[in-house]
Design a protein around this ligand. Structure first.
Ligand code: NAP
Ligand code: MG
Length: 462
């Protein structure tokens, strides 16, 4: 029996041991999910909706417990962890409205009627990273279950505790055994079986671009459906005509939230040259004021990194790089790195190009709109970004020109579950959330019904 010791990132102390599934156990659970599929698919839409609402209310009743688990397992601030547990509840409630609304279409054809159906795929495999264990799990299983699929879910090795608890709460809420199965284990074992096992019909993966590419290659073998949410290196573009005080006050939250371990982190700040000095001065004030303290303190605004390995990786990016200024961090044990600001003058710098996934932001000056867009797009990624300007025409032009899936103007809006989310370029494939998410967990079937039994075979030539 292999176990993994979960460690509290704020203290580096062990929390608990979790048993990791073997490949054989994974196969057995995938088969159980497959056996549970026909009955779940055939649950009447209104009843499936009721079960999802019941799941949402059981999650709501355990919000504090789930949040507390995430603070200890992932080092998330209490405020964030409460939002994350609430997000699972909200996503379930939102998609609980989907079962009765999975409409097909009726398309005019001669000699009969033509109708389409959205049919569930079967078993869906969801692979979750450690940075947002609860929301990313919910963004997958909410719409997948609503569309009538059964789900097997692999949490990240580092952060399995909330997922395991959500699996228990699903049963408590009345979801039948096998409908949502949480399988803790290694990516190379459990995650790999989701890719190779023929009974898993779709894989939803969130994580590194490198592993995402492997998964896509693996899925190609069975033409398995795949959704990928990968890395980012998003730009926060601040024009000189913007409210510079507000842009500088909010910029730290757009990159240092969750200690920068956020695929949407605005980890590149582009500032128009005429506002550069003022912005940087104000940014220093707001970065130094950030409350980087014990994440279980309700006032905490930033906690530690998830692991010693992640801390080492982030510090590696700062090796030999001159920092402009930093915020504070506790000197205690745990995987702490202070919020760090680096000035970049060359787009070839690794700190400007690579996803650091830690509390590090690079700032660069630009001269005009054309240069800002060019620099923002000079990346293989395209997940999110922000634009600060008071000029509405410019805001529209730049929002349309930046190659990225999720942009906000004069704000750094977080992901909203009722709007689509996903990446351009190497940030991903497909979209999650929003009104169309359940359709991504279905096949569209087209059926023609003849009005009279055909006298002779009449076939359209392809
Ligand atoms: P990762 O290796 O891509 O892991 C993400 C998930 O995939 C985990 O559940 C992991 O399991 C699983 N996995 C790993 N190898 C697999 C394989 N061969 N087949 C199937 N599943 C597999 O990410 P990471 O190593 O945790 O983080 C590395 C970097 O990825 C970060 O520094 C960051 O740049 C990026 N990242 C991005 C996001 C995002 O939201 N876009 C999230 C996390 C990380 P294990 O936990 O067992 O390895
Ligand atoms: Mg990895």
């Amino acid at each position: 029996m292999t176990t993994f010791t979960v460690v509290n990132p704020a203290t580096a102390q062990p929390v608990t041991d979790v048993v990791m599934a073997t490949a054989e156990e994974t196969d057995a659970l995938i088969e159980r999910a497959h056996d549970a599929f026909p009955a779940w698919r055939d649950v009447a839409p209104g009843e499936r909706a009721r079960l999802l609402r019941s799941f949402a209310s059981v999650v709501d009743a355990h919000l504090d417990e789930l949040a507390d688990l995430e603070v200890r397992n992932a080092g998330h601030t209490l405020g964030n962890a409460r939002w994350e547990a609430g997000n699972v509840r909200d996503v379930l409630n939102y998609y609980s409205a989907a079962p009765e609304r999975l409409f097909g279409r009726q398309i005019p054809v001669p000699g009969g009627i033509d109708v389409t159906f959205h049919e569930p795929l079967g078993v869906v495999g969801i692979i979750v990273p450690w940075n947002f264990p609860m929301p990313i799990a919910g963004w997958g299983f909410g719409p997948a279950l609503a569309a009538g699929n059964t789900v097997v879910l692999k949490p990240a090795e580092l952060t399995p505790l909330t997922a395991i608890r959500l699996g228990e709460l699903a049963l408590e809420a009345g979801l039948p055994e096998g409908v949502l199965t949480v399988i803790p284990g290694k990516g190379s074992i459990v995650g790999e079986r989701f890719v190779t096992h023929p009974l898993v019909r779709k894989v939803c993966f969130t994580g590194s671009t490198e592993v995402g590419k492997q998964i896509m290659r693996g899925c190609a073998d069975q033409v398995k459906r795949v959704t990928l949410e990968l890395g980012g290196k998003s730009a926060n573009i601040v024009f000189a005509d913007a409210d510079i005080a507000k842009a500088a006050a909010t910029a730290p939250y757009a990159v240092f939230d969750n200690a920068g371990q956020d695929c949407c982190a605005r980890s590149r700040i582009l500032v128009q040259r005429s506002a550069y000095d003022e912005f940087l001065g104000r940014l220093e004030t707001s970065v130094k004021a950030l409350k980087v303290i014990d994440p279980s303190d309700p006032d905490s605004e930033m906690g530690p990194l998830v692991s010693a390995k992640q801390k080492e990786s982030v510090l590696g990016y700062l090796d030999g790089v001159e920092t402009a200024f930093t915020g504070t961090a506790p000197a205690s044990d745990g995987f702490w790195v202070p919020p760090t600001v680096v000035l970049a003058d060359d787009p070839a710098m690794p700190i400007w190009r690579e996803e650091v996934f830690g509390p590090v932001v690079a700032v660069m000056a630009f001269d005009d709109e054309e240069e800002a867009v060019r620099l923002a797009n000079d990346t293989e990624y395209g997940l999110s970004g922000s634009i600060f300007t008071r000029d509405v025409s410019r805001a529209l032009r730049v929002a349309r020109a930046v190659e990225s899936g999720n942009l906000s103007v004069n704000s750094h809006s977080a992901v909203r579950y009722w709007t689509p989310f996903g990446g351009y370029k190497q940030s991903g494939l497909g979209r999650e959330l929003g009104p169309d998410a359940p359709a991504a967990f279905t096949e569209e079937k087209n059926v023609f019904i003849a009005q009279e039994v055909a006298q002779e075979e009449e076939r359209e030539q392809p």
